[in-house]
Design a protein around this ligand. Structure first.
Ligand SMILES: [Zn+2]
Length: 89
């Protein structure tokens, strides 16, 4: 985390990449209420991120917990790439 570049901005739409960044906090209930509202608003309009959160929930359930280390980097990168393709297509 780079302190000079906060990901929690308080305006406009949340980017898919930001959803991926804060997904673990969201599922752990550690996300500030304002960010939760923005994230859930994004989920209503973004099928890719809804799928991603559903998969994250499944992983969390199967592991009995969730941490940054439990998410393979390739999975995150692959999903972000898939979101971009989805939104462009
Ligand atoms: Zn999205």
């Amino acid at each position: 985390m780079i302190a000079d570049e906060p990901i929690h901005t308080d305006y406009g739409d949340m980017a898919c990449t930001e959803v991926v960044e804060i997904a673990t906090d969201y599922l752990e209930g550690a996300l500030p209420a304002g960010d939760v509202r923005r994230l859930e608003r994004h989920l209503e309009t973004c099928e890719g991120c809804s799928e991603y959160l559903a998969q994250m929930r499944a992983i969390a359930g199967s592991l009995g917990g969730l941490s940054e280390d439990s998410i393979p980097a390739e999975m995150r990168d692959g999903l972000v790439a898939a979101f971009r393709a989805f939104r462009q297509g």
